[in-house]
Design a protein around this ligand. Structure first.
Ligand code: AP5
Length: 218
């Protein structure tokens, strides 16, 4: 069974790799960022709360994020594996996930950390476009859709995320270094951490991640 976390800075390619891995392993993709954006789109109270943090690049409070993940992981479709993208992001969230995984009998068994240079992150974030309907990410130079502005997967409209401004990105990167990067040690000590080079192109990243997952879960 594959209970996977994808770790990495904003723009490292977590969402892109997640979409490919879930197609291979047939497990649900749980992206806290996508969950918050969906709640914002639907005008839910959670969305109103999350928007005030996300648009400025800040982290949504731990208790809110942990609550939605606990609820999501308890769903029946997570019984045969799941892939977390964007969670955990703080040591408090990682400790909570440990408890949730034990409570549900669905503990994490592999953590893949996607390494990427800061210059490349800036290039990716500033050129990213995302499908409004299905969330598939594109890039205006390196991952273009077949028809400009239109999603290849579902025909939805492509747009630029509000938090993909330079100002917001720098705030997100600061949170990453201060709060999320320490998770590398947390998972290293648990013997769960594996690293891949996220700067080598999508297909190579996918192959490297598959090799790790297949080795761990064989
Ligand atoms: P979230 O949506 O999780 O954003 P993020 O972590 O900042 O990550 P991104 O979505 O920006 O990047 P990514 O790594 O998925 O890269 P992508 O695949 O798109 O979170 C957004 C916000 O929600 C947070 O800032 C916070 O406010 C809140 N939030 C979410 N989770 C939370 C939590 N746990 N606690 C508190 N708050 C939380 O790729 C980027 C670009 O690069 C794309 O254009 C893509 O086409 C391109 N690309 C991808 N891979 C490659 C590759 N291998 N080669 C070349 N180009 C590539």
């Amino acid at each position: 069974m594959s209970n996977i976390i994808l770790l990495g800075p904003p723009g490292a390619g977590k969402g892109t790799l997640a979409k490919q891995l879930i197609a291979v392993y047939k497990i649900p993709h749980i992206s806290t960022g996508d969950m918050f954006r969906e709640a914002i789109k639907n005008g839910e109270p959670l969305g109103r709360l999350a928007a005030s943090y996300i648009n400025e690049g800040h982290l949504v409070p731990d208790e809110v994020t942990i609550g939605i993940v606990r609820e999501r992981l308890s769903q029946p479709d997570c019984a045969n594996g799941y892939l977390l993208d964007g969670f955990p992001r703080t040591l408090v969230q990682a400790a909570a996930l440990d408890t949730i995984g034990s409570d549900l009998g669905r503990p994490i068994n592999v953590v893949i950390n996607i390494a990427c240079s800061e210059n490349e992150l800036v290039r990716r974030i500033s050129g990213r476009r995302v499908c409004r309907k299905c969330g598939t990410p594109y890039h205006i130079e390196t991952m273009k859709p077949k028809v400009e502005g239109v999603c290849d997967v579902c025909g939805g409209e492509l747009f630029q995320r509000k938090d993909d401004t330079k100002e917001s990105f720098l705030v997100r990167l600061g949170h990453y270094y201060n709060e999320t990067k320490p998770l590398e040690n947390f998972y290293k000590e648990l013997g769960l951490l594996h690293e891949i080079d996220g700067g080598t192109g999508v297909q190579k990243s996918l192959k490297a991640a598959q090799k790790i997952i297949d080795e761990v879960t064989k």
